[in-house]
Design a protein around this ligand. Structure first.
Ligand SMILES: [Zn+2]
Length: 226
């Protein structure tokens, strides 16, 4: 890893994100890395920020491994983060006629947080975006379609083709889940290093994490060579 997130920050973040929803983990990551106003970022903007952090912290492309739904052949792709970022720059569609005069805005993490435990999350989200439900039925339907379109626009959908059988399908790419997957790998690597050094030299986690990466790596080589 090459970002400002050191081994302790990786572990703390990983632990804080246990038993959280993906959108809550995304907020945690950005908040801990100093992004302001995270809860009020539109979802596409949040994902662009996560992609930037992914490039800084892990690598410049995201590795996708998936199976063909028809013949089960495995497909491996490297997706440059810069290309994915471009896919999140979608123009805001014009509001339909039925919604003339209604102020519309994009869904944010604060909205997701507010409706997660609602009996009908979709209706609760509409209520939040509107601020009132004094709308004619046609406008309500148009609003539901608008929200769906905007939420879909904040997701990356990849068109894939199988090299073996030629099948076409699309796959949604969830940036918060990708980030968390890599963070999980990094956190487990840190914990394995701590465990190996504790076993070899009886050092505490705190002592191991306070070392610089070069020194820790050299001790690890010594511990694993013996
Ligand atoms: Zn196939």
């Amino acid at each position: 890893m090459k970002s400002q997130m050191d081994a302790k920050a990786v572990l703390d973040l990983w632990e804080a994100g246990q038993r959280r929803y993906p959108y809550q983990r995304a907020m945690l990551v950005l908040e801990r890395c100093g992004w302001p106003e995270v809860a009020d970022m539109p979802l596409a903007e949040r994902d662009r920020a996560l992609l930037a952090l992914y490039r800084e912290t892990f690598r410049s492309s995201l590795g996708l491994v998936t199976d063909c739904p028809d013949c089960d052949a495995q497909l491996e792709l490297q997706l440059p983060a810069a290309d994915l970022d471009q896919m999140l720059h979608l123009p805001t569609p014009e509001a339909p006629k039925a919604l003339e005069g209604v102020a519309l805005r994009d869904v944010t993490s604060r909205d997701l947080d507010a409706v997660t435990n609602a009996t009908d999350p979709a209706a609760a989200l509409q209520g939040r975006l509107l601020g009132s439900d004094n709308l004619p039925e046609a406008a309500k339907e148009a609003l539901a379609a608008w929200i769906d379109a905007r939420v879909n626009a904040a997701e990356i959908s990849l068109g894939l083709t199988c090299a073996e059988c030629g099948a076409h399908w699309s796959e949604a790419l969830d940036i918060p889940s990708f980030f968390w997957f890599e963070l999980e790998i990094a956190a487990r690597r840190v914990m394995r290093d701590v465990a190996d050094l504790a076993l070899a030299f009886s050092w505490s986690e705190e002592a191991v994490l306070s070392m610089g990466p070069e020194r820790r790596q050299t001790y690890l080589e010594l511990a694993r060579a013996s």
